[in-house]
Design a protein around this ligand. Structure first.
Ligand code: C2O
Ligand code: CU
Ligand code: CU
Length: 513
């Protein structure tokens, strides 16, 4: 068991500074030179091909930038990340998950409406050398979903090392939405992650003290495993399937030349109509599909930086500055930092030049009346102020216990032997999510929900669509339908998607029967 003391925390901050110095070399290179290599796209694996698919978690070696040294990574059948899995609604996807890594792993199908025993949560781990056969009935709207490891206490580090990728669902029976859809050409899945590296190219994952409190943020931005890549696109409409696959960093995305774009889908599939935007906030776990018009020429996708808001809300800049803060120079710039850049291929004729006005096949927001109202409180401050086994108690006293990190939900840190919520199958519940003032992306397994309000603002289903992860700074209300069963042996999780918070106790378990 890890001992957490206050001394350990300062030592951790010192180490973090050391890492910062090494990683800054990459940061500077990023800020000046072009990112370099072309945008990679993991191979696409069609799951309805008949025989089923085998994906194996394994160790790999991968260079994140051109000319860079290879460092140790993890992937599903790849050195880093995993294949883009693609399934069609109405079919069943047979997947064998193997584990050639030295620790237990899982593959959680984030956003998929599958029963608890197929959900890939912490209970469904695969031991080294083992395999797990699964058959997933695909019955939900077309959309951009994803998969990632969910091992008890190890999700954050394993995902940071690479155990994640896309899970795309298509619906052949739904009306054609008229969107760019040639994967790798005008339809680009973009897994956005941040990572720190040592001088010799090794991924640096450091989760002590403040890093655990704020979540681990890296200094380099990688897209599909490449540091600041360049995507070559046709000079027309291009669909970007954005996934925030970072452990903790929140992005506020915009284009360098200020051009507007349209959001066409959120986590649960198509919106009813395209929504015009200039900026899009994407928290860990969230996805959004946007359509950008490259008839306007090349540009860069940037993110504004206000990640300090997370700490700011809690105790001002004081702790951040004392502890060294969370953000390196590279991402502190006022104008924002680069995610990736685009260049136009003049020889490729765009397949789409106009956007439809609406999407006939979009899921309707109709849900039955809620049968229960529940309050879900995401906490780190409760323990911090109250002492005991909480945040400061844990740091100062070295206590905290094995399962109990400093984080909790409704006063109780995650316990794999406790069921926190018992929901009834085929009902809907109204959940009120409240926080301690720090922004937490709240996620529920096995369903997609409707967001009613966030931080005092009423949300319109037409602009949000169905979601499975929602960023809550203070308080949100969501309507959650329960249409897939989950028993006590493999309950659904609900948790904060800052993975260090999840691993350290901000997670609960739910049965649906
Ligand atoms: Cu994306 Cu419980 O996870
Ligand atoms: Cu999930
Ligand atoms: Cu959190």
């Amino acid at each position: 068991m890890k001992r957490r003391g206050f001394l350990k925390l300062s030592a951790g901050a010192g180490i973090a500074t050391g890492i910062g110095a090494g990683a800054l070399i990459i940061g500077r290179a990023q800020a000046t030179a072009t990112g370099g290599q072309p945008l990679p796209l993991p191979p696409v694996l069609d799951l309805d091909a008949g025989g089923g698919a085998l994906i194996e978690a394994r160790a790999g070696r991968h260079a994140f930038y051109e000319g860079g040294a290879k460092g140790a990574t993890l992937g599903y059948s790849l050195d880093y990340l995993g294949p883009v899995l693609r399934a069609r609604r109405g079919t069943s996807a047979r997947i064998t998950l193997g584990n050639r890594h030295s620790d237990p792993i899982t593959s959680h199908w984030h956003g998929l409406h599958v029963p608890g025993h197929l959900d890939g949560g912490p209970q469904s781990f695969v031991t080294p050398g083992g395999t797990l056969e699964q058959e997933l009935e695909i019955d939900q709207p077309a959309g951009t979903y994803w998969y990632h490891t969910h091992t008890h206490h190890q999700t954050a580090e394993q995902a940071y090392m690479g155990l994640a990728s896309f899970f795309l669902i298509e619906d052949p029976d739904a009306p054609d939405p008229g969107l760019p859809s040639e994967l790798g050409v005008d339809d680009l899945p973009l897994a956005i992650q941040d990572k720190s590296f040592t001088r010799n190219g090794e991924i640096q994952y450091s989760s002590g003290g403040m890093a655990m409190m704020n979540g681990v943020k890296g200094e380099g931005i990688v897209v599909n495993g490449a540091l600041r890549p360049v995507a070559t696109v046709p000079g027309g409409l291009v669909r970007l399937r954005l996934l925030n696959g970072s452990n903790a960093r929140i992005y506020h995305l915009f284009f360098e030349d200020g051009r507007g774009f349209h959001q066409v889908a959120s986590e649960g599939g198509l919106l009813m109509a395209p929504v015009a935007l200039n900026r899009l906030t994407l928290a860990p776990g969230e996805r959004a599909e946007i359509v950008v018009d490259f008839a306007k020429g090349a540009t860069r996708l940037l993110s504004a930086n206000d990640n300090n808001a997370m700490m700011g809300g809690m105790m001002g800049g004081f702790m951040s500055s004392v502890m060294g803060g969370d953000d390196p120079d590279y991402v502190r710039g006022a104008e924002g930092f680069e995610i990736l850049s685009f260049q136009i291929d003049p020889d490729r004729k765009p397949a789409r030049t106009t956007l439809p006005r609406s999407f006939a096949g979009a899921p309707s927001g109709d849900l039955p009346e809620p049968v229960t109202r529940r309050r879900i409180s995401l906490e780190m401050m409760g323990g911090m102020m109250g002492g005991g086994g909480g945040m400061m108690g844990g740091m100062m006293g070295g206590g905290g216990g094995d399962a109990a990190g400093p984080f909790s939900i409704n006063g109780r840190p995650f316990d794999p032997n406790r069921i926190d919520v018992e929901a009834r199958l085929n009902t809907t519940e109204l959940w009120e999510i409240v926080t301690d003032g720090m922004a937490h992306p709240f996620h529920v397994h096995g369903t997609s929900f409707k967001v009613l309000s966030v931080d005092g603002q009423t949300k319109d289903f037409a602009t949000t669509g169905f979601k499975d992860t929602v960023l809550v700074q203070q308080r949100a209300e969501i309507l959650v339908p329960f249409n897939r069963p989950a028993g006590r042996d493999a309950p659904f999780m609900f948790h904060c998607h800052i993975l260090e918070h999840e691993d350290n106790g901000m997670m609960g378990q739910m049965t649906v029967a």
